[in-house]
Design a protein around this ligand. Structure first.
Ligand code: F6P
Ligand code: MN
Length: 322
């Protein structure tokens, strides 16, 4: 099995970007270890704080964020970082060529039940004419990402990453301490009979999404004429990983529970990196109105509606909005 650097060189990834990716992965190896020891190291449960988005922070959220932040800011490779757990972007080295956005631990509600969680990251080039402490550097559409990926802290620690030459799977090999390439060029089947959505919110969705999901539930007695299975891991990393492995449609649709906050998932830390990975694997990632990676961000903590997965199924879902 190929090691990480030769695999990236094969995709013509520049040396400085490889060095940054390796820095990110060094942090994930430590997070992976801390996650596995959480109960033993008194890292279960919540802190007494909330993040900028009003969500209670888990102890492991904070540990993972600090690890990621410190290692990136000390590396000299990044001009700034932006994290789901930080109020605003944090300046790094003024000569850093890249900026990194990350969700240090996605699926926080799974932390206390020893279930699937992961780290999501997205890398853009740093604009040369902007100051390192200017958060507007991060207002770049997903189309401009040079790398995106996630690390799943599951039964094996797995890296899923793209630099624009396909989406590849790697596994952390603890015998030598590095990630090994296990599958190149993942392809998501265009058709599927599996969907992922938090059904408890159904009554708050827009009518179009309600009627699309209703038709899936009707199975072979309804217009789709086939039965669908449902899965919900409650960690986007886990649900997207299943879609990459065997197809499916995943959505966190807009809803009317809180008119101030119609969307749950974050554009920079969740939707954009997943969109890059999904599209590189032949799938689609959209809102009910547009392609996710075309969105011009207006703020770094912006949230967005997400519909992603098998191409034909996502198109079917969108047809309900026409
Ligand atoms: O980060 C937000 C998130 O935890 C996602 O990882 C996940 O898909 C979703 O929220 C779970 O939402 P819910 O709490 O509605 O199941
Ligand atoms: Mn998250």
């Amino acid at each position: 099995m190929q090691r990480l650097s030769p695999a990236l060189l094969q995709d013509n990834v520049p040396f400085d970007l490889i060095a940054l990716i390796k820095t990110i992965l060094a942090a994930t190896k430590e997070i992976s270890f801390r996650v596995s020891q959480a109960h033993l190291g008194d890292l279960m449960g919540s802190t007494l704080d909330e993040n900028i988005q009003g969500e209670v922070q888990k102890k492991l959220d904070v540990v993972a964020n600090e690890l990621f932040k410190d290692i990136l800011l000390e590396s000299g490779f990044v001009k700034a970082i932006s994290s789901e757990e930080e109020d605003t972007s944090v300046a790094g080295d003024k000569n850093g060529k890249y900026i990194v956005s990350f969700d240090p631990l996605d699926g926080s509600s799974n932390i206390d039940i020893n279930s699937l969680i992961g780290t999501i990251f997205s890398i853009h080039k740093a604009p040369e004419n902007m100051a390192a402490d200017d958060p507007d550097m991060f207002k770049q559409a997903g189309n401009h990402q040079v790398c995106a990926g996630y690390v799943l802290y599951g039964p094996s620690t797995m890296l899923v990453m793209t630099t624009g030459s396909g989406t590849h799977f790697y596994v952390l090999d603890r015998t030598h301490g590095g990630y090994l390439l296990v599958e190149r060029n993942i392809q998501i089947p265009a058709d599927t009979q599996e969907f992922a959505v938090n059904m408890s919110n159904q009554r708050f969705w827009q009518p179009e999404m309600q009627s699309y999901i209703n038709d899936l539930l009707l199975g072979d007695t309804g217009p789709r004429d086939k039965n669908f299975n449902m899965r919900w891991i409650a960690a986007m990393v886990g649900d997207v990983h299943r879609v990459l492995c065997r197809g499916g449609i995943f959505t966190y649709p807009s809803d009317s529970r809180n008119p101030e906050k119609p969307y749950k998932l974050r554009l920079m830390y969740e939707a954009n990196p997943m969109a890059f990975l999904i599209e590189q694997a032949g799938g689609l990632c959209v809102t009910s109105k547009e392609r996710i990676m075309d969105i011009e961000p207006t703020s770094i903590h912006q949230r967005v509606e997400v519909i992603l997965g098998s191409k034909n199924e996502v198109e079917k879902c969108l047809s309900y909005y026409k």
